[in-house]
Design a protein around this ligand. Sequence first.
Ligand code: HEC
Ligand code: HEC
Length: 451
Amino acid sequence: MRTAFVLIWVLCIGAVQQHAPAPLSGPSEAPGSYRDLTERELALAKAFGKLPSALPSPTNSLADSPVAARLGERLFFDPRLSANGNLSCASCHDPDHGWADGRQLALGIHQLDVHSPSVLGSGWNFWQFWDGRADSLWTQAIEPIESPLELGGSRMELARLVVFAPELRGDMRTLFGELPDLSDEARFPRRARPWPVSPEEPFRGPTKEELLDPAVAAWASMAKEDQALVNRLAVVATKSIAAFERTLFPQPGSFDRFAKGLTDGDEEGIAALGADELYGWRLFAGKANCISCHFGPSFSDGRFHNLGLQTNDDAALAIEGRPSGVRRLRVDPWNGRGAFSDDTSWEANGKILYAATGEHLVGAFKTPSLRGVVHTAPYGHDGRFASLAEVVNFYSDLPGESTVGHREETLQPLDLSPQERKALVAFLGSLSGPAVTRADAEEPIDGHLKR
Ligand code: HEC
Ligand code: HEC
């Protein structure tokens, strides 16, 4: 059953990536009430208007473990993972900013060249990161810990933390088994991380320059078995972080109440969408064709598209997007086919083998979910849009020529009237419920949280 599902997914991703959806027909004037919506508009609303569950994560045997989620939550908020002791995952994925950071570009130990997405609903993502270079949440989590731009920490510090910290080691023992003794600092230096894996030469050793970093030199000096042990500890820690993230979802919005009302024939639920939002839904699903990419109950097709946002002439600032994501994904020793995966089978990892790439994806980034979007301004992979109105204006006018790859042909200027723009913004608002606090994250939303 799962095999068939994964196969169909993989085939769809490979095949559909190249094709533009069929042109749309249907009314484009404002509906007077929900009774004016077409069969198609009603059926799509019922199909999309419900929070999905997290995707299965067969490569992580701890994905649905409550003990792992509890450990993962503590690690997510723990500043001891950062080089300066002040930063944690939650600095950039902050409950007070919709679990993003409210900044245009992320700021860790140093400034990044991309914007922090929210981690709410990251369990829905078929790929992680804007370029999808990680195939799972647990694979994703090691990068911000070790990146000198983000937390600037190391897997050794992560392993030592979960082994030594009195409030963490109990859960760690439950998940890992008897904890090893890491107290010999000659074998287990306090701070050690491997050099980056190069897609061109995945098996090469560290370069002279890389060895100038004391943490890299420390890792290079370790015995292979000790490196393997530290990797196994760090993997259990990131699988726990993933288990926590899989419990994080945005709250349902008025669009979901509307959809449930339609399904149950309940007028009060149906009344949750006002005139502007109904009109916005009609445009979103019809004339503006937003659903060709923001498709399904997560409002993302999980694929990669070039919107032509990069219009600068400075080649040094260009971000390649999906093709570089695929190159890095394939050589990532932490991917679902690697030594730390709990299911290296073809069925669980077909998406890695068949990940679509090529010229047409240069400059393409992952379609983000639109759920909870009112809480996560600014928008876009480079955080260029300050508001949802700016995003809608962009799709309406499509300014500028793409300088990295080319803008997907599906996109044509929509030339929306002020009323249509307002309706689309109102509709986007209906995909968000109240903000999710850390305390909420410990309570079930719609039965989604397991603790
Ligand atoms: C310095 C800010 C910063 C810190 C600290 C940080 N992140 Fe992120 N996070 C980002 C940015 C920026 C991206 C997008 C990066 C990219 O796509 O290249 C991201 C992407 C992600 C994603 C993928 C979401 C998606 O929709 O693709 C997840 C999940 C995530 N981070 C979790 C974490 C975890 C877990 C930690 C702590 C171990 C963490 N982050 C620490 C800034 C940060
Ligand atoms: C061709 C596919 C495609 C179409 C059509 C499309 N989007 Fe997007 N959307 C994307 C991608 C990809 C991104 C991220 C792009 C980036 O940052 O480079 C995005 C980003 C967004 C964002 C920012 C979300 C965030 O968290 O940063 C919003 C809001 C949005 N789209 C709304 C819409 C609306 C409204 C429409 C219809 C008018 C629409 N999209 C049509 C693919 C699409």
